[in-house]
Design a protein around this ligand. Structure first.
Ligand code: P6P
Length: 336
C-alpha cells in the first residue's frame, strides 16, 4: 500500500491542532503564501511563452533593473495576502517602504516580509529561482503599524520559508518545529509533504561562494577558501567541491538537502556595506531554516538571528550551512 500523501493543509492543521504550534491565523497566512507561490510558479514556468521575460523598464529600491517577473511575483503576493485579515502589513525587496493593509480590509497581527523572486538574474537562463518569506508578529499593543515594527531580530520569526522554482516546485517551511519540504503535485495542484525533520550533516566537503570576488575578500575568508582548495594535501586533509548557482534559494536548498556551506561575505568592492544579501527577507528566513535543520548561520562573527535590524533593506554578510564548517569560518574571523 503506497504511503498516505500528507498535504500542506493537513500538515498545518496538525501543527495547529496536535502540536499547538501555530494559531489559525498563521495557518491561514501560510496557506495563502503557498497558493501565491503556485501562481508565481505558473508564471515562471511559462518562460518566453508568457511574455514575462526580460527586464521591465523600472528599477527597484536597490537600483537593480527589475525583471517583469519580479514585479508580477510582488503583485501576486500583495494581492493574495492583503484581504485575508491575518496581516497588518507587508515588506518586500521590491518596495521601498512597508505596505500597510488597506482600511477596507480587517487588520491582522502578523507582518509578512518577502523577496518575491530571488535570483532573478537567472530567470532568462532557465536556472532555479525562488520566493523567500519571513513572518513576524506585530508588537503587542501597537496602534497601527510602522516600519519600526518590522525591526525585530530574526529569532523573533514565527514562520519562515521559501518556494524554489526548479525541476520541481518545492515549498520549504519551518514554524519552529524543524524543517518540512512539500513538492507541488501539478496534477492535483497541491503541495505534498515529501520530507520532514530535515537534518544537515555537521561536516561537509562542499562550499558555495562566488570565486570571482576572491581578490576583494577579507583575510579570514581567503584563508578558509585557500584551505578548501588545498584539498587532501592541505590543512583540511580532505578534498572539497565547489558550487555557486548565484540563486540563494537554490544554494540553500542544496545545503538543506545534502549539507554544505554558503558564503556571501563582506568584500572591499563596497566597504561601507556589510555584504550583498538583505537581512530581513533573505538572511533571516534562510538562517532560521538552517538552524532548525541543525546547521548554523553567522555574519562571520555573530549569529545572524541575533542581529538587531535598524533599516528595512539593510544588508548583511552571510555564512551558513553545516555547523562545524560555519563554526570554523567564524573562528577564523573572531580568533576564538
Ligand atoms: P552574485 C541573487 O541576485 C542574490 O541576491 C542571491 O540569490 C545570490 O546568492 C546572490 O545574489 C548572487 O550574487 O554576486 O554571485 O551574482
Amino acid at each position: 500500500m503506497s504511503k498516505k500523501k500528507v498535504s500542506l493543509s493537513r500538515y498545518l492543521v496538525e501543527q495547529q491542532r496536535v502540536d499547538g504550534h501555530i494559531p489559525g491565523d498563521l495557518r491561514l497566512l501560510l496557506e495563502v503564501v503557498a497558493r501565491a507561490s503556485k501562481s508565481i510558479s505558473q508564471a515562471v514556468n511559462k518562460g518566453e511563452l508568457g511574455e514575462v521575460m526580460g527586464s521591465a523598464t523600472t528599477e527597484n529600491v536597490q537600483g537593480e533593473m527589475q525583471k517583469k517577473l519580479d514585479i508580477i511575483a510582488n503583485e501576486v503576493l500583495i494581492e493574495a495576502n492583503e484581504w485575508g485579515g491575518h496581516l497588518a502589513a507587508m515588506a518586500s525587496e521590491e518596495m521601498e517602504g512597508i505596505y500597510v493593509v488597506p482600511n477596507r480590509y480587517p487588520q491582522g497581527e502578523y507582518l509578512l516580509l518577502f523577496d518575491p523572486l530571488d535570483g532573478s538574474s537567472n530567470i532568462d537562463v532557465n536556472v532555479s529561482i525562488g520566493t523567500i518569506f519571513s513572518v513576524l508578529k506585530k508588537p503587542e499593543g501597537a496602534r497601527g503599524v510602522t516600519e519600526e515594527d518590522f525591526f525585530q531580530q530574526g529569532s523573533k520569526q514565527v514562520a519562515a520559508g521559501y518556494c524554489v522554482f526548479g525541476p520541481q516546485t518545492t515549498l520549504v517551511l519551518t514554524v519552529g518545529d524543524g524543517v518540512a519540504m512539500f513538492t507541488l503535485d501539478r496534477e492535483q495542484g497541491s503541495f505534498v509533504l515529501t520530507k520532514e525533520h530535515v537534518s544537515i550533516p555537521a561536516d561537509t566537503q562542499e562550499f558555495a561562494i562566488n570565486m570571482s570576488n576572491m581578490r576583494h575578500w577579507d583575510e579570514p575568508v581567503k584563508r578558509y577558501v585557500d584551505e578548501c582548495l588545498a584539498g587532501k594535501e592541505g590543512p583540511r586533509g580532505k578534498d572539497f567541491n565547489m558550487r555557486w548557482v548565484a540563486s540563494m534559494v537554490a544554494d540553500v536548498h542544496r545545503i538543506l538537502t545534502r549539507g554544505g556551506v554558503f558564503l556571501y561575505p563582506w568584500d572591499k568592492r563596497e566597504p561601507e556595506k556589510p555584504g550583498k544579501l538583505r537581512l530581513m527577507y533573505e538572511a533571516n528566513p534562510m538562517s532560521w531554516l538552517i538552524e532548525q535543520a541543525g546547521g548554523a548561520a553567522t555574519n562571520g562573527r555573530e549569529r545572524i538571528l541575533d542581529i538587531q535590524p535598524t533599516k528595512l533593506h539593510e544588508r548583511v554578510s552571510v555564512v551558513l550551512g553545516s555547523k562545524n564548517e560555519v563554526e570554523r569560518i567564524t573562528s577564523y574571523h573572531t580568533g576564538l
